[in-house]
Design a protein around this ligand. Structure first.
Ligand code: HEM
Length: 241
């Protein structure tokens, strides 16, 4: 194992060639994928959810657990964005004075209501919808605490959780749906409006907000990527349980 591999990936980024801060967050996130998950991935696959999606053996029960748990995470993110308790997070979220157009509320990426519809559909079909389990409860608690003490670090989770769902999340959903859901497309993967445009709007806002951050703030935010991956992976793993 080379030194470059054991080094924390985000430590190699100091702003460098990245076009804006979102690019930096993306580069760090891509490196934390396994080679099996994404072309730009640099990690070795160990756990089952780190293998090629084609090799996964998802179960319907597991998928329902995933939906329940990921909803807890989106509920939490959306509650925090709606009512941030930390003044500077509030400022960033409302984006006052950052020059960006608008705020991080109602970006069109919100997933809580969509997930509620998916779970209702399963319920109506007679599937037993489980209780939320420990990874999402732990992640929700972590996100709440972080939003109160470190807005920059919180923003990293906001970026990763919303963007992961539109990238790998959709790839996973398609494969899983083919295997166990008769190719049903869930609301979780539907957006009102053109997704690429919604994502670009959020990227522009994030870039604007981060223009006011020090290098230290940016590095702290990038450093959170690993934690976001750890929690998100535990929740994705539920699909295979
Ligand atoms: C992007 C797959 C897990 C965060 C991507 C891309 C792929 C992928 C193929 C590249 C998409 C593109 O360039 O167009 C997967 C798979 C996963 C996984 C198969 C299996 C579990 C995660 C996790 C996180 C994450 C755990 C973090 C919580 C991201 C982010 C991007 C990304 C932020 C960039 C999105 C963008 O630029 O729009 N993923 N991923 N992914 N993934 Fe994942």
């Amino acid at each position: 194992v080379s030194a470059a591999m054991t080094e924390k990936p985000w430590k190699r980024y100091t702003g460098g060639d990245a076009k804006g801060f979102v690019d930096e967050m993306r580069l760090v996130a891509m490196k934390l994928h396994t080679r099996q998950q994404a072309q730009e991935g640099e990690m070795e696959a160990k756990a089952p959810e780190e293998q090629r999606v084609e090799e996964w053996e998802p179960t319907l029960d597991g998928y329902l657990k995933f939906l329940v748990d990921i909803k807890v995470v989106y509920d939490t993110l959306e509650q925090i964005i709606e009512k941030p308790s930390f003044p500077s997070l509030l400022r960033d979220i409302e984006c006052m004075g950052c020059g960006a157009d608008g705020e991080f509320r109602n970006t069109g990426l919100e997933r809580s209501e969509k997930l509620a519809k998916d779970l209702k559909w399963f319920e109506e079909k007679g599937y037993g919808v489980p209780e939320a389990s420990s990874p999402s409860v732990a992640y929700a608690k972590y996100l709440k605490q972080l939003s109160e003490k470190d807005p920059q670090a919180f923003i990293c989770h906001f970026y990763n959780i919303y963007f992961a769902n539109t990238a790998g999340g959709r790839i996973i959903a398609k494969k899983v749906a083919e295997k166990i859901l008769d190719s049903r497309e869930l609301e979780l993967y539907k957006w009102d409006g053109e997704l690429s445009q919604l994502l670009q709007n959020v990227r522009d806002k994030l870039n604007k907000v981060a223009e006011n951050w020090s290098r230290e703030d940016k590095n702290r935010c990038l450093g959170e990527t690993e934690i976001s991956f750890k929690f998100y992976r535990e929740i994705v793993r539920l699909m295979l349980s």
